[in-house]
Structure formats: structure tokens, C-alpha cells
Ligand binder design. Structure first.
Ligand SMILES: NC(=O)C1=CN([C@@H]2O[C@H](COP(=O)(O)OP(=O)(O)OC[C@H]3O[C@@H](n4cnc5c(N)ncnc54)[C@H](O)[C@@H]3O)[C@@H](O)[C@H]2O)[C@@H](O)CC1
Ligand SMILES: [K+]
Length: 517
């Protein structure tokens, strides 16, 4: 399923009306009916219930006015409060306003402070609230009267059904101006989700998300021009090849891992093992030679290659001299987990990444190596996949984490295009950003996965998929789904106390779930 920005959904609505000949008022009718149904679903006895409806003057308000009519038809008690000047109502909203007037519905205009008392009193008596103050048509901050209505609704602590998007939430970024957004129990969004519903802090305001059809043709909702997509099983199943009967260990992915330093041997072991668990045929862990005895003892199925070191446990340019002549033995090279940040190692990472002619997955310290040198990523032979968390991304882009968080998707999208990289940007809602502008958002994973080593497992899974001939975009998207699914399987035993080792142990089951066998 795709996820729309404000402009993209505006284009969808426009094309439905102008190209397909759908009537705006019909779309509004469908939207309003779905909202009324959502309210009805809250109660067994809607006929005995009072519903407070806040309706703005745009089409979001129009949806609310339609919902009011349906709820009146269900015999609910309905009070509609209009937020804004009705002279500015859109044509379709105005038509619905006139119908309600003709029905002698309880319609209130807010002019004086006395009217706000009435708002608060009605909210106090209501069993449920519909938020139709505004939707995708606004730019924040809200107008003063809209802000006041949002505050009244939130202070009433009643179950709120938000139409399309909780009022006050930015549909593109998920940002909320000074906390002024409706806190919904449920949001009924039309056609496809809007970006802001899925991003934090916006996602906290949404409650249960219901995605309802209002009759817009699927071809429009699935248009490639909408550049954001959910990562789900259906998408990933299309990307991952069925394992052939004639498969050989050398032709289902040979991964070279460059990872580990003194104190960080676990990271190296986890990512190498994760690549095997996903299905790579051969995994070689190349590490500073003084670490060799540790890995030889720790790992059984992984081949361990000792490399010359600059200092005890620290890799430098000599490692490249050993590795470059052997590059044809590998399909993908993963660098970074636990590698350390010494100057010599960072220099080696940057030089080797450009010299080697194999697809790369760069994680952790290998991403840090490019902080202040991001332009050099453009010189990689293949589009590299980078798997930063927010701190690593911020250091790569030389900005503050707070700044990055304010417009995460924009930064990720711009950086992917500018440095010709694919980013798996890890957070509570991991995304994949591609140089062509496409963004993919995870639908799986859980807070238990905020644990040491979890990212190392993701890096290994990503490298294994890339080594099995998936292009960068498909490998990154599939890795996020398989890793998140493995985390969800592991969380079956409990989220707190979940370890990266548990996720590792569940990767095989996650792949089986995707393969459908
Ligand atoms: N366009 C369509 O065909 C459809 C639209 N639908 C609904 O319409 C909504 C979008 O409607 P609109 O585009 O009319 O806009 P909204 O109803 O979201 O916003 C109301 C009005 O506020 C104005 N505004 C902008 N910034 C503002 C600010 N800072 N403070 C106050 N007012 C501001 C806008 O000009 C807009 O007319 C969707 O969210 C959805 O609920 C649905 O009815 C389905 C069909
Ligand atoms: K709304």
C-alpha cells in the first residue's frame, strides 16, 4: 500500500474528479458515511448516544457534516459546532450544511465566549466526538479558533474519531505545533494513509488507524507518482526469489564481513551469523589477526580470515592489500559492525569502499567513516546500502539529531539522492530511502528490538539478501521486513529482555513466513 503526502492526495482527488469524472460530493458522501459507521462501531446502542461534531469550513468539515446526517438517521443525538466562517465553506461542504439545516439539525456557530461555554458543556455531555476541524488542506499553525476547539476536545477526554487526520497534525511530517492536535481514539483516513499519520509525534495522536475506501479507483491510489510505500509481506514476497532445487553454497550468496575490534567481537559474530541464518551460502569474517583466536572459537559455520593489523585489533590500509586481489570470491561486502573508529581504520574503510568493485552494505563505524566525507560515497561501484541509526545519520549529514528528527523523511530522501545511496534509517519506524525518491516504511518490529546488537543482525540480513542477487532497493526493503518479523516472532516470549541473539534465532522462521512454506 502507498502512503501519500498532502500534494499527492490532492492530485489523487483531483484526478478522480477531473479524469474519472467522479463528483467531489460523492467522495464526501462516502467519507462521511464511513466516519459515521466508525462512530456506530464504538457503541451497541448508537440511538441512545450523543455525538459532538466539530466541523471546519473545508472539505474535512464537509465529511463531518455528512457523518452528522448519517448519525441522525441512526437516531443518535447530534450537535454540530462550526469552526470558521461559513461564508468560506467549500461548495460541497456548503451543500451538506444546507441539507442539515433543512433537517433542523442542531447547528451552532461560535461567535462569543458564551458559545465556547456551550462547546464545553456539550462536550461534557457527549459520548463521542467527531473531529472534522481540518484535514490535509491546512498549513500549521492552526487558526486561533481551531486551536481553541482542539484544546476543548482534548480537555473533554471523550473518545474522538478524527476524519482523515487528527486536526493540527501536519500530514507531511507528522509534526504538531506546540502540542495543538486532537488526540484521537481512532482516525478514519480516506483511500490510503497520509505520511504524517505514521510518523512520530503525529502517530501518537492517531489512535487506531482505519483506512477506508471512498470509491477512488485503485489505479490512482497505486500510482507510481506516490513515492512512499508500506513494507509488507506481499511486497517482500515479490522481491525474494524462491530457493532453487539446484542451489549450491557458492551461488546463493557469498558475503565478506569486515567487522569487530577489541571489545566488539560480538557485533562481528552477530552480523556474520545473521547472514548465514538468512540463507547466505558462504560467509567470511575478515578481522584483525589478533582477534582471530576469539572468532575461531566463537564461530563454527563462518569462515574466519585474519588480516594484518596496524595496531593490536585495529585494521588499516594493509588490510586492503590482502582483500582487493580476492574480491571476486565475494558477492557482497559488509563493513562496519564493531570495527572501531581509529583514524587508520576510517581511512581504510573510505579507500576500500571505493576501490572494491562489489556491492557494499555499510553499518555503524563504516558509516561514521564517511561523516564529513559523504560525497565520496558517490564513487562506490554499486549504490551502497547504509544502515544508520539516527545518531549515525546525523553525523553523516553533519547535523543535529533534533534537526534530523524534525523532518526525517526529507533528510533521508535528499541524502539518498545527493550521495546516491540507499539508507535503511533505523528508528521506532524504520524507513528505506532510495536515490530515486522512493521511501518505504516498515509495518513490523517492536520496542523490544531496542537492544544491543539488533542493528548488527539487520546488517547481516541485508548483506545476505544483496549477495543473493537482489538489487539494493529490494534487498534493503526485504531486510527490514525480515528483521522486523524476526523481532516480532522473538517478542512472543516477551518484549522486555529480548536480545539480538533471540532475533538471530528467529530469522529462519521469518524467512519461512515470507516464503510461505
Ligand atoms: N478533495 C476531495 O475530493 C476530498 C476531500 N476530502 C476531505 O477533505 C479534506 C481536505 O479538504 P480541504 O482541502 O478543503 O481542506 P481542510 O478541510 O483540510 O482545511 C480547511 C481549510 O482551511 C484552510 N487553511 C489552510 N491553512 C490554514 C490554517 N493554518 N488555519 C486555518 N485554515 C487554514 C484551507 O484553505 C482549507 O480550505 C481531506 O482531509 C478529507 O477529509 C474527502 O471529502 C474526500 C474527497
Ligand atoms: K480532522
Amino acid at each position: 500500500m502507498r502512503i501519500a503526502t498532502k500534494e499527492e492526495i490532492r492530485q489523487v482527488d483531483k484526478k478522480a474528479i477531473e479524469e474519472y469524472g467522479m463528483e467531489e460530493i460523492v467522495l464526501m458522501e462516502n467519507a462521511g458515511r464511513k466516519v459515521a459507521q466508525a462512530v456506530e462501531d464504538f457503541f451497541d446502542d448508537i440511538g441512545n448516544r450523543s455525538v459532538f461534531i466539530a466541523a471546519g469550513t473545508g472539505n474535512n468539515g464537509g465529511d463531518a457534516l455528512v457523518a452528522a446526517r448519517y448519525l441522525l438517521n441512526y437516531s443518535a443525538r447530534v450537535k454540530v459546532f462550526l469552526v470558521g466562517n461559513i461564508d468560506h465553506m467549500t461548495k460541497s461542504a456548503s451543500s451538506n450544511y444546507n441539507i442539515l439545516k433543512y433537517m433542523h439539525a442542531d447547528l451552532y456557530h461560535i461567535g462569543t465566549e458564551y458559545d465556547w461555554d456551550k462547546v464545553r458543556l456539550s462536550l461534557g455531555l457527549a459520548d463521542a466526538v467527531i473531529d472534522g476541524i481540518c484535514g490535509t488542506g491546512i498549513d500549521l499553525p492552526l487558526r486561533f479558533d481551531q486551536q481553541k476547539m482542539v484544546a476543548c476536545i482534548n480537555n473533554a477526554h471523550k473518545p474522538v474519531v478524527a476524519i482523515d487526520i487528527p486536526s493540527g497534525l501536519d500530514a507531511d511530517t507528522g509534526s504538531v505545533y506546540e502540542g495543538q492536535a486532537v488526540k484521537a481514539a481512532c482516525t478514519v483516513t480516506m483511500g490510503i494513509p497520509k505520511v504524517g499519520l505514521l510518523l512520530y509525534p503525529g502517530a501518537y495522536y492517531v489512535g487506531k488507524l482505519i483506512i477506508d475506501s471512498i470509491g477512488i479507483p485503485l489505479a490512482l491510489l497505486n500510482d507510481k507518482a506516490i513515492q512512499q510505500r508500506m513494507i509488507d509481506r506481499c511486497l517482500v514476497k515479490k522481491f525474494i526469489p524462491v530457493r532453487s532445487m539446484e542451489v549450491h553454497k557458492a551461488n546463493c550468496g557469498r558475503v565478506l564481513v569486515l567487522a569487530g575490534s577489541i571489545g566488539y567481537t560480538g557485533a562481528a559474530a552477530l552480523c556474520a551469523q545473521a547472514a548465514l541464518r538468512l540463507g547466505a551460502g558462504l560467509v567470511t569474517l575478515a578481522a584483525a589477526k589478533s582477534l582471530y583466536p576469539i572468532f575461531a572459537e566463537k564461530l563454527t559455520e563462518v569462515i574466519v580470515m585474519p588480516l594484518p593489523e596496524e595496531e593490536k585489533g585495529i585494521l588499516g590500509m594493509q588490510a586492503a592489500e590482502v582483500l582487493l586481489p580476492r574480491e571476486e570470491s565475494y558477492d557482497t561486502i559488509l563493513m562496519g559492525p564493531g570495527l572501531g573508529r581509529s583514524e587508520k581504520t576510517m581511512e581504510f574503510v573510505r579507500n576500500f569502499a571505493v576501490a572494491v568493485k562489489k556491492p557494499l552494505v555499510l553499518d555503524a563505524d563504516a558509516i561514521f567513516a564517511f561523516a564529513g566525507h559523504a560525497e565520496e560515497l558517490k564513487n562506490c561501484a554499486f549504490i551502497p546500502i547504509l544502515t544508520p541509526h539516527l545518531g549515525e545519520m546525523a553525523s553523516l549529514l553533519q547535523i543535529k539529531v533534533k534537526e534530523l528528527k524534525n523532518d526525517l523523511w526529507k533528510y533521508a530522501r535528499n541524502a539518498a539522492a545527493k550521495y546516491n545511496c540507499i539508507f535503511i534509517l533505523k528508528s521506532e519506524k524504520t524507513i528505506v530511502a532510495c536515490p530515486d525518491g522512493n521511501i518505504f516504511l516498515t509495518t513490523v518490529g517492536n520496542p523490544g528490538m531496542a537492544t544491543a546488537g539488533c542493528g548488527d543482525v539487520l546488517a547481516g540480513v541485508t548483506a545476505a539478501l544483496r549477495a543473493d542477487r537482489l538489487d539494493g532497493k529490494k534487498a534493503a526493503v526485504s531486510a527490514v521486513f525480515l528483521h522486523g518479523t524476526a523481532g516480532d516472532i522473538a517478542a512472543g516470549k516477551g518484549m522486555a529482555g529480548l536480545t539480538a541473539g533471540d532475533i538471530l534465532d528467529s530469522i529462519q522462521s521469518a524467512r519461512k513466513y515470507v516464503d510461505g512454506k
